[in-house]
Design a protein. Sequence first.
Length: 110
Amino acid sequence: MTMTMFEKMRMRVLKDFMDIVILKELRNRSMSAYDVIVFIHKKFQILMSSGTVYATLYSMERDGWVKGNNTEARRVYKLTDEGEKTIQTLLEESDKLQLFLGGLVGDPSQ
């Protein structure tokens, strides 16, 4: 089955903004990489590869946004103070982001 152009674009946008999606959900609960995969699949009906999710989480950990702890057989991530500040700033500026994205696909004559 081939993906439509819209499905490909949804996947691309989600991959590019996955860190924001994860940060926002980590405000509610700690999550493992598997939890992230399940959450994204349920919310967006897109199945992300474990490699994509792990790479994003590792990057977020290097940036100081999340902290991973090994518990039992998996690594569980929680939001750090820096991660909370980052997501709060993004939420406060979300109207600017929406305008920007709308401008990308909006009326080409403007």
